[in-house]
Design a protein around this ligand. Structure first.
Ligand code: ZN
Length: 282
């Protein structure tokens, strides 16, 4: 190692082609370091990921029996590996082909957001699709069989939202609605007319299934919302954080197991999604 290091030092001093190649390779690797860390260097993340994976058992006891260092064991006996072997090289490739452990790697900041999200930190936005298909249904028909029409706020002209009964999401939303209805009008107006819930579809600009496909997501009023794609078209684009949703509303959703897209660097402030594993104390 020392020999290698001194060789590199000599090359650097001499300004040789070898050293510039080494430097440019280092710069290239450095740029991808967050994704290499996320997907490949697991030895130091291991204990953290095991803890995060254990949260799956607490969050979904009807579905998940246990978690080992290697896999999630479902109640029906299916063993779902935490690492499927894919090695992502960019944010887009983590999003497109994550391992189950990538889904668990980022900690969601519960409660009032004190600073805007750090660059490319989108806790909950990385989803291992087979996990959601197994939990909520692998086809539109299968998901639809579990949907319930839940009455939204009294002031929303009788609007009903289609949500899954799996994990009692429908009942949790009914409780959430009661609490939201107690908010002052100035806050309630941002949720009074939601843009939608169930919709079997891919995420705009991608081939990935949206969380809306599984009946676990609610979009509130677009008129008060901000979405990163309205200001940029690439995952890698630098973004200026925007939000108009009061934290009191966000915290009510979180209390009932919903994470908020406003806590992502790639912000989507109308989006709430049932992901209780990210809200249990770790
Ligand atoms: Zn949404």
């Amino acid at each position: 190692m020392a020999k290698l290091h001194s060789r590199r030092l000599v090359d650097f001093r001499m300004g040789s082609k070898l050293s510039s190649a080494y430097l440019s390779q280092t710069v290239r690797l450095w740029r991808f370091l967050p994704w290499i860390m996320l997907g490949s260097i697991t030895w130091w993340l291991g204990p953290i990921q095991t803890l995060a994976a254990q949260a799956l058992v607490a969050a979904y006891p009807d579905h998940i029996r246990a978690v080992t260092d290697q896999a999630v064991i479902w109640q029906d006996g299916e063993v779902m590996p935490l690492d499927s072997g894919h090695r992502p090289t960019s944010l887009a490739s983590v999003l497109d082909r994550p391992n189950l452990k990538d889904q668990l790697a980022l900690v969601y900041p519960k409660g009032r957001l004190l600073t805007s999200p750090a660059r490319n930190v989108d806790p909950g936005r990385i989803r291992y699709e087979p996990f959601f298909k197994k939990m909520y249904g692998a086809t539109e028909d299968a998901v639809r069989q579990q949907l319930v029409a839940v009455s939204w706020l009294p002031g929303s002209s009788g609007q009903k939202l289609l949500l899954t009964r799996i994990n009692a999401v429908d009942q949790r939303v009914a409780m959430l609605v009661q609490e939201l209805s107690l908010l002052p009008d100035s806050m309630q107006r941002v949720v009074a007319h939601p843009a939608g819930s169930f919709h079997w579809r891919t995420i705009a600009g991608t081939n990935r299934m949206s969380a809306h496909s599984f009946g676990i997501a609610i979009d509130i009023d677009m008129a008060y919302s901000d979405y990163w794609r309205w200001h940029a078209d690439k995952e890698e684009a630098p973004l200026a954080y925007r939000n108009r949703i009061p934290h009191e509303v966000v915290e009510m959703f979180e209390k009932h197991g919903f994470i908020w897209g406003g806590k992502w660097y790639h912000y989507d402030t109308m989006h709430f999604e049932f992901r209780p594993e990210l809200l249990t104390p770790q």
